[in-house]
Structures are given as structure tokens and as C-alpha cells.
Design a protein around this ligand. Structure first.
Ligand code: ADP
Ligand code: TRP
Length: 325
């Protein structure tokens, strides 16, 4: 049995890039019979950037509703909000006293963020990797599926865990391995750059149909006239369409581009229709959870009770070693 763990910050509504790049692959992994997955919403991490309470509540619901809409089995796996399991913050404090200041000071993600805007740098951002280490070590997780940018955070987790184990000459913590799938492509946004909340170029597949169409219409395209043949491989709409379409649909679309008399607007319409059709069930389930807060809350609270049992055992082990019990 492999224990898998990953978290997604509640810093926005999940977009197509998050879904295809992180949420769906993690759900697929959780379905393998030999795996047990721990999937959580890193709402405490979102506090490093978002201060607005109602906004965080809404984003937290949206992230939770997305996991459920895409079919996460909450019976087999454990699914919770980080902020509701107090052991995360307790262990983060313990671990911070085993974390060299210089290691945090050298973290690339911290350096990048502080270079971008010195005024936005708070101490939470600095100790972000320590809270992440606590998230992982609390559950004895073995495999951490993450994007490339998170590799250093997992290495820091391993460093902190082995310092601790060494100090107490005991295997208190399991050393986790990152699982970085290089085959997973970076999904482009409507402007062709990496799709990201921060670039405002994302596709929110849960939008009402008319709003979704407005976003899809904005996908960048060149000015080749309608009659002329077009190069599908140079077009963002074609790239996005290919992520969702079947091989047969892709071949047909390629033919239309190359044949001429097929406009980018028509391709956008086809992509829009594919989203609405392919994600019909997910859109319905998402809306259900976003409007039935009690159903969402029940799923999360059941998961939080399960998470607390595992986290409670680890923290008891740690408190004992540290002389707090
Ligand atoms: P964002 O860039 O929108 O802020 P995050 O950094 O919060 O996204 O990423 C959450 C998860 O989604 C990570 O696992 C990340 O690797 C994945 N992800 C984000 N954007 C993309 C994308 N454009 N293509 C593929 N995966 C993505
Ligand atoms: N830092 C991660 C991100 O921004 C989110 C995260 C928080 C996480 N805690 C984690 C990921 C623990 C994996 C394991 O994507």
C-alpha cells in the first residue's frame, strides 16, 4: 500500500490547467487499488497571499467542489481542510525549530516572491515550506505528486525529517519522495502563456455557458483570413481542443484548419461545445456542491475526522520525543 499525499491552495477557483495538470492525475492515482490518498485543501497556505475572509471561504469551497465533481472517492481516501486539523500548525512550530534559517532564506520560491514585491513579503511566506513539511510528515506520506516548481519544497521536507530523525536516533518521520510527471504538459492559457491564476489567462470550466463562451472567444489567434488554410500546430485553440478531443476529432479538426474556409471563431465554438459536453456531469456536480453547502461541509467534516486520527498519532509520537508529554 503506497501512501500518497498532495495539497492544493485555496487561492482561486481551479482552472483547466489545475484540473488537467494536478487534480485529475491525483484522482487517477487514488483509484489504483494499492494506493491510499490523502488530499487536502491548503487553506492556511493561501493566507500568505489572500487576506479576505469571504473570498477564502468561497475559494475553499470551489477547490473542494472541484475534487468532488471530478469523482474523488472520499470513502477510500482522506479529504480535508488543512486549517481544520490543528496538528498541522502545531507540528509546523516544532519543525521550524529544526529548520536552518539559511535553508529557508535560499528557497527559490521565496526569493522569487520577495523579488517581485518586497512589500508583500510576510513571515508566513518565509516559513511556508515548514508548514508544507508538516502537512506531509504528519501523515507518514511516501509519495507526493506535485508540479516541477515544488521539487525544492519536498527536498526541504526530507532534510527537516532526517535532521529530526537523526537528533532522536529514531525513524520518527517517513522520508517522502516527490512524483513529478514530466509527461504532463503545461496547459496554455488563452494568450498562449502558461495558464495561471496570476496571469488572468485561465479558463474556468465551471462558468455559466454564456460567460464561458465569452472567455473562449478571447483565445488569441492570428489574422489569417477565413478562406485561407491555417496551421493548426501554431494555434492556441487547436492546442486546447486537442487536450480534450478524441484522436478522431483531432484529425477532423486538423483537416478543417488545413482545408481553408474554416475560421478561428468556428474552432473556438467547437472547443466551447466540447467543454460543455465533456464536463457536463462535472459542471452539474460542481454547481450542486457550490449551492448545497451542507453537503460539501458533510464530506469535509467526515474527512477531517479521519485526518485527525492519523495526525493525532503522529503528533503524539513527536510530543513524546520532544518532552511535551
Ligand atoms: P496557478 O499557477 O494557477 O496559481 P498553482 O500554482 O496554484 O496554479 O498550481 C496548482 C496545481 O496545478 C499545481 O500542481 C500545478 O502544477 C498545476 N498547474 C497549474 N497551472 C498549470 C498549467 N498551466 N498546466 C498544468 N498544470 C498546472
Ligand atoms: N505548495 C503547494 C503548491 O503551491 C501546495 C501544498 C501545500 C502542498 N502543502 C502541500 C503540496 C503538501 C504537496 C504536499 O502547489
Amino acid at each position: 500500500m503506497a501512501r500518497i499525499l498532495t495539497g492544493i491552495q485555496s487561492s482561486g477557483r481551479p482552472h483547466l490547467g489545475n484540473i488537467l495538470g494536478a487534480i485529475k492525475p491525483a484522482i487517477d492515482l487514488s483509484k489504483q487499488p494499492d494506493n491510499e490518498s490523502f488530499l487536502f485543501i491548503a487553506d492556511l497556505h493561501s493566507l500568505t497571499t489572500i487576506k479576505d475572509g469571504p473570498m477564502r471561504r468561497e475559494f475553499t469551497r470551489a477547490v473542494a467542489a472541484t475534487w468532488l465533481a471530478f469523482g474523488l472517492d472520499t470513502e477510500k481516501n482522506t479529504f480535508w481542510r488543512q486549517s481544520r486539523v490543528a496538528e498541522h500548525t502545531e507540528l509546523a512550530w516544532h519543525l521550524s525549530c529544526f529548520t536552518p534559517f539559511a535553508m529557508l532564506n535560499n528557497a527559490t520560491s521565496f526569493k522569487e516572491k520577495s523579488n517581485r514585491s518586497a512589500s508583500a513579503v510576510n513571515a508566513g511566506l518565509f516559513v511556508y515550506p515548514v508548514l508544507q513539511a508538516a502537512d506531509i510528515l504528519l501523515y507518514d506520506a511516501e509519495i507526493i505528486p506535485v508540479g516541477k516548481d515544488q521539487r525544492q519544497h519536498i527536498e526541504m521536507t526530507r532534510d527537516i525529517a532526517s535532521t529530526f530523525n537523526h537528533q532522536y536516533e529514531d525513524e520518527v518521520f517517513v522520508l517522502p519522495e516527490p512524483r513529478i510527471d514530466d509527461r504532463l504538459m503545461t496547459i496554455p492559457g488563452i494568450d498562449g502563456a502558461k495558464m495561471s491564476k496570476s496571469y488572468n489567462n485561465y479558463i474556468d470550466i465551471f462558468l455559466p455557458e454564456n460567460e464561458l463562451w465569452k472567455v473562449i472567444k478571447k483565445i488569441k489567434s492570428d489574422s489569417t483570413p477565413l478562406e485561407e488554410p491555417k496551421n493548426p500546430d501554431a494555434d492556441i485553440t487547436f492546442q486546447l481542443y486537442s487536450l480534450l478531443a478524441s484522436d478522431e476529432q483531432i484529425a477532423t479538426m486538423r483537416g478543417l484548419y488545413e482545408g481553408g474556409n474554416y475560421g478561428y471563431g468556428m474552432a473556438k465554438k467547437a472547443f466551447y461545445e466540447l467543454i460543455v459536453e465533456q464536463f457536463a456531469d462535472e459542471r452539474e456536480r460542481f454547481n450542486y456542491y457550490m449551492t448545497h453547502h451542507e453537503a460539501l461541509e458533510a464530506e469535509l467534516q467526515a474527512g477531517e475526522a479521519k485526518a485527525r486520527i492519523v495526525a493525532g498519532k503522529t503528533i503524539a509520537r513527536v510530543r513524546e520525543k520532544l518532552g511535551f508529554s
